[in-house]
Design a protein around this ligand. Structure first.
Ligand code: N01
Length: 586
């Protein structure tokens, strides 16, 4: 597409290099974007702050980090050959294996030559006259490109609460989301962990194995289900590989974008004994599928109380000290905050050198030279791990200055909460794609499936624009407004909107409280994207050099998106989707 000299392999773009597209981030989104862009004949350059590929899985190297969607599904689905040749060793792959997979993909598809590592994008400015994005980096690069694809991740900007006195502390302070590459040896150290979300719950049992004393500072307890992780049974893997596309198709038809046994019946129709048996059976399977025990658990508070009671009883049955057990029992809706999956998390509190400190009513006061102070008491520590999460969904955008039409920055536009059409793009920012952006299923779906569906759709739009001679695309404000309303409305159907989670930005003081991901269900969302595409990108304005090309848009040739044009399987649609469909889809 490019008419000026494109960026060539292994050269650093120098003053005003030109490409069809700039990709920001070389995680799973960026890698797949590069692959598809190249496949469709577009030139691209990708900037990545780290010195390697993998994104989230590059940065989150803390002990115990692993996926909690089964590895056989937590992987790209675009290449049957890739599916066949890669061997996941465990049910839930550990971080090093996922990172090795990302590296394998980068090599197998020869993606590295278009990636500039250790380079952070600082600004992206839309030049309205020339309809080009001008992207600048902290290493002095300046690239002009027709399109900019943000592959910046949903959980990539670490939340680092500014505790008083941090600079006085003599020991080391780590953040789980920015873990040192060389690892950390806690042997013989007194370690403090701040936070009890997924990262803490995965790392605490392993840190406890090394530390001489471990103190966990908990503000809000979390529900967690045992992973029952294990090496893969070769027969199971062979069975999946014998018909991998069937598993992928089943996964795509699920609200979560991954497949697991799901019982659509309502919990309250069962007797207490039946429910107990059902919960035991699903608990024994372990992991996130526990939420599939009944169909209404995230929609009916009374139903949810039954699973919450069951989970609290499990905690009490594991943790021997009753006071500690009570502190670990969450009061909120089960599954309202992101459900955690663990290996021996609760049992770790039975170890004599592990202590839990409640900071819900008396917050951490400060760091001192020696450790942390809570309620006037000093806890002496040699190292502190902040497992304090992320400025989710929009945090990575905030780290860049993104300037759209009329000099408006994305941060200003999103001050009261992100505004997008389908989580794909935002009005006022032409030719800017948001991979798994706010307003799309993203973190509520299996991330890699969500990424693939977005990238396929985006690159197909770029190809269509090339076909019809359009220079820019941009959502219409009215369609964006309707979508934002729809995202909010659907979120009210779910109990997930009822607590202070990172889904609503509540974990970081000062952020607007808006339910950011689209909770209507992955297949409903995919269908909506397909409809928009099939109607010639309804809801978007496409302009050529001489004016709109929207009118009379032919339905585009569906290339990459073809595989998402599949009929909805109504048998496996969960109440999440049914509830969403009660709310008129715009
Ligand atoms: O972060 P979190 P995370 N003082 O925000 C506490 C994904 N993930 O990194 O709940 C004291 O969940 C905070 O307390 P509260 C997954 O989607 C996946 O653990 O805000 N405490 C909370 O306990 C997950 O949901 C995997 O009251 C403070 C904790 O820090 C998401 O990433 C593994 C505090 C932060 O928990 C984020 O998980 C890991 C303060 N000032 C992560 N500030 C997989 O298994 C915050 N906290 C795939």
């Amino acid at each position: 597409m490019s008419t000026q000299s494109p960026i060539t392999a292994n050269t650093r773009p120098s003053p005003t290099a030109t490409a069809d597209a700039v990709v920001v981030g070389a995680g799973f989104g960026g890698l797949y974007a590069l692959h598809c862009l190249r496949q469709m004949g577009f030139s691209a350059v990708c900037f990545e702050a780290g010195d390697g590929v993998g994104g989230t899985w590059y940065w989150n190297r803390y002990p115990g980090a692993r996926c909690d969607v089964e590895s056989l599904q937590y992987s790209y689905s675009f290449s049957e050959e890739l599916d066949q040749e890669w061997n996941w060793t465990e049910k839930y792959a550990p971080q090093p294996e996922i990172l090795a997979y990302a590296n394998h993909v980068a090599d197998r598809f020869d993606l590295r030559r278009d990636i500039r590592f250790e380079t952070r994008v600082t600004t992206a400015t839309f030049d309205e006259k020339r309809a080009l994005w001008v992207v600048e980096t902290d290493r002095g690069d300046r690239v002009e490109a027709r399109f900019c694809l943000m592959a910046v991740g949903c959980l990539s900007s670490a939340n680092k609460p500014p505790f008083a006195g941090m600079e006085d502390f003599k020991g080391a302070i780590y953040h789980t989301g920015e873990w040192p590459k060389e690892g950390v040896d806690f042997t013989g150290l007194r370690v403090g962990v701040i936070g009890t979300g997924s990262s803490a719950i995965q790392s605490i049992p392993l840190i406890a194995e090394q530390a001489s004393a471990l103190t966990v500072f908990q503000r809000t307890p979390n529900y967690s289900v045992p992973a029952y992780n294990a090496p893969h049974d070769p027969d199971h893997v062979a069975k999946v590989k014998a018909d991998y596309p069937a598993l992928r198709a089943r996964a795509r038809s699920r609200p979560t974008g991954f497949y697991f046994p799901f019982n659509a019946k309502p919990a309250l129709e069962a007797t207490p004994d039946e429910r107990q048996r059902q919960y035991e059976e699903f608990w024994a399977k372990g992991g996130l599928p526990f939420l599939g025990a009944y169909g209404d658990l995230l929609f009916n508070k009374e139903a949810n109380d039954t699973i919450a009671d069951f989970a609290r009883d499990k905690i009490r049955s594991i943790v021997k000290d009753p006071a500690t057990a009570e502190l670990l029992c969450p009061e909120n809706v089960f599954g309202c905050k992101r459900l955690c999956v663990d290996t021996d998390y609760f049992a770790t509190y039975n170890k004599p050198h592990v202590k839990l400190v409640d900071v819900s009513k008396t917050p951490i006061e400060r760091f001192t030279e020696e450790g942390l102070v809570v309620d006037g008491k000093t806890y002496p520590l040699d190292a502190v791990v902040c497992a304090t999460g992320f400025a989710a969904m929009t945090g990575s955008y905030d780290r860049m200055r993104i300037v759209g039409r009329g000099g408006l920055t994305l941060a200003e536009k999103w001050k009261a909460g992100p505004r997008t059409f389908l989580g794909l793009a935002s009005a006022g920012f032409p030719n800017l794609f948001l991979i798994t952006g706010p307003g799309s299923p993203s973190v509520l779906a299996s991330m890699i499936q969500a990424i693939e569906q977005h990238v396929d759709w985006m690159v197909d739009l770029m190809a269509h624009m090339r076909d019809v001679g359009a220079r820019t695309f941009e959502p219409r404000v009215a369609d964006e407004d309707d979508w934002v309303d729809h995202v909010n409305e659907v979120s009210q159907v779910s109990l997930r909107s009822t607590c202070s989670s990172w889904y609503v930005g509540a974990n970081v003081p000062g952020r607007p409280r808006v339910f950011m991901p689209y909770i209507g269900g992955f297949p409903v969302y995919v269908q909506k994207c397909n409809e928009v595409m099939d109607k010639g990108y309804e809801g978007f304005v496409l302009e050529g050099g001489d004016g709109p090309v929207t009118a009379g848009n032919a339905a585009p040739e569906v290339r990459l998106t073809k595989r998402w044009h599949v009929p909805l399987d109504m048998d496996v649609i969960s109440p999440a989707m049914l509830a969403a469909r009660k709310v008129p889809v715009v």
